[in-house]
Structures are given as C-alpha cells and as structure tokens.
Design a protein around this ligand. Structure first.
Ligand code: SF4
Length: 271
C-alpha cells in the first residue's frame, strides 16, 4: 500500500542564464558534488528577448551535461507586461521585467515543493544583490561563496571544461535581454552592429514612448537614436577606457560602468 503521507524529496535547482557564473557553477557542482548534480534540475528562464548567442550557449550546455535544461517561458511575454505596466519601460529601479519574466515562471515551476536553488554569486562579490524568491519553500545556496571561489576560479572552470565563455562576451559583459537597460553605451552600439533589427526593435519602444509624450529611454546615456549619432565617440571612449584600465587596473577613469562587480544585474538574468 502506498503511504500517502510520504514527503516529496527536496528539489535541487540551478538556473542557467547563459552567463559565465551559472554555467561554471553547474560544472563545479557536477565535479565537486556529483551526488547533488545527479538530482539537479537545470532550468533557463527565456524572456523571449534573449540574444541568439545566449540561446546557442544554453543548447551547448545541454549537450555538454547530457541533461535536459527546462525552458521556462513566461506565458504572456514582454509585450503583455509592457501594456500591464502602463506602457512604461522597465528600469533598474522598476524592474517589472525580472519579476514577471523570470521570477514568476521560476516560482510557478517550483510550486509548493520544497526546493534549494543554487546561485552562482562568487566569493569576490559579496555586495552583489539580486532577485531571489522569498517563498518560504525555496531556500538558496551559494557554493562559490561557501567554497571561496572567485572570478579567476570561474574562468579556470570554464576554460578547462572546454566550454569557454559564451560568444556574446566578445561584445557584451552580461547575458539577458537584447534591450537590457543594464547594458553599457558601447554595448548598445555593438548590438546595433551585430543585430541592427534588434536595435531597431528596441528603438521602437522609445519611439512609442515619445509619441505618447514621454521621454523615457532604455539607456541613461540618452535615446538609442542619440547613441547612434554618438557611436564613434562612444567607441573611442571605450577604447580609451581600456587603455587607461591597462595602466591603472584598479581604477576605471572613463568607462566606470565596465566594472562588472559594480553593476546591478539581476541574479536571475546575469549570472
Ligand atoms: S535581462 Fe535586463 S531587461 Fe531582461 S529581465 Fe533581466 S533586467 Fe530585465
């Protein structure tokens, strides 16, 4: 006879964003904690606005681990929530995108099951903040913090695995939506160079705002139209910033926001 009161086992979950930290964490757990890897459920919260390279990298990870990565899609998508939020674009302070496109699908995926979510925050970024579920049945573990692993360890894990970094790191410092407001000005310019259609699509949201008497822009550095006009200047500043960085590695003079440790990217989007 089945015991109907039998408790369901705790679920072990790891969200892969297509970024380096969560990918390295999955490899690290597989190698260091194989018993957890066995039970691990991998998932990817697809906002429907991901970069092609991110989607490719997630496919690559799936093949690499030989384990299914569950794609969590927000049923209603960005457009739906854009309208629901009064056609106001999300911002760092008003991040309805993360809540609705990432956190909510994740919580629905977990339901009322008891679960541990493994988060790729590193030991060298104790100040990092992010969106983590506050549901009482979900708790979080930070293996890189617990085991004192920093950025160099993460690079080493990825390099020695043969996976390396996702291709978008050649021009962008984090994963996430193509229109993510956390991206730097030079990353917007690179988006335009690589995916002019996506840039145009992002511009259309700003134009929509403008047509409704609002000036809200994705980037704090100006409208996407303005950024394009300043493309050469932005690229030159980026180059100059890089050169200064080489001379004074601990001090960013021009490109302050190129320091990944001081960004506010969300745990569910960027890791
Ligand atoms: S990647 Fe950026 S735009 Fe997309 S959900 Fe996360 S914070 Fe919002």
């Amino acid at each position: 006879m089945n015991d109907v009161t039998e408790k369901k086992p705790v679920r072990h979950l790891l969200g892969l964003s297509g970024g380096k930290d969560s990918s390295a964490l999955a490899i690290y757990i597989r190698d260091k904690y194989p018993e957890i890897h066995e039970k691990m459920e991998y998932f990817f919260s697809d906002t429907g606005a991901e970069l092609p390279e991110t989607l490719e990298f997630v496919d690559q990870l799936e093949a690499y681990f030989g384990k299914k990565i569950t794609r969590l899609n927000s049923e209603k998508g960005f457009e739906h929530y854009f309208k629901l939020n009064g056609n106001i674009l999300p911002t760092a302070k008003m991040r309805w995108c993360t809540t609705n496109l990432k956190l909510r699908p994740f919580e629905e995926f977990v339901g009322n099951d008891e679960a541990i979510t493994y988060v790729g925050i590193r030991a060298d970024e104790p100040q990092r903040q992010g969106y983590i579920s506050t549901k009482p049945n979900i708790s979080a573990r930070y293996p890189f913090v617990e085991d004192s692993k920093d950025i160099n360890d993460i690079r080493e894990i990825l390099e020695s695995s043969g996976l390396g970094l996702p291709a978008y790191y050649q021009w962008r410092s984090r994963s996430g939506c193509y229109f993510c407001f956390f991206q730097r000005k030079d990353e917007w310019i690179s988006l335009h160079e690589r995916y002019p259609d996506l840039y145009k699509k992002a511009m259309s949201y700003e134009e929509f705002h403008k047509a409704h008497g609002r000036d809200h822009t994705w980037s704090e550095g100006g409208s996407l139209e303005d950024l394009l006009k300043r493309a050469d200047e932005i690229k030159n500043n980026k180059q100059l910033g890089k050169e200064l960085e080489k001379l004074k590695p601990k001090k960013k003079l021009i490109d302050r926001d190129s320091d990944e440790s001081d960004d506010l990217g969300c745990l569910m989007c960027r890791l």
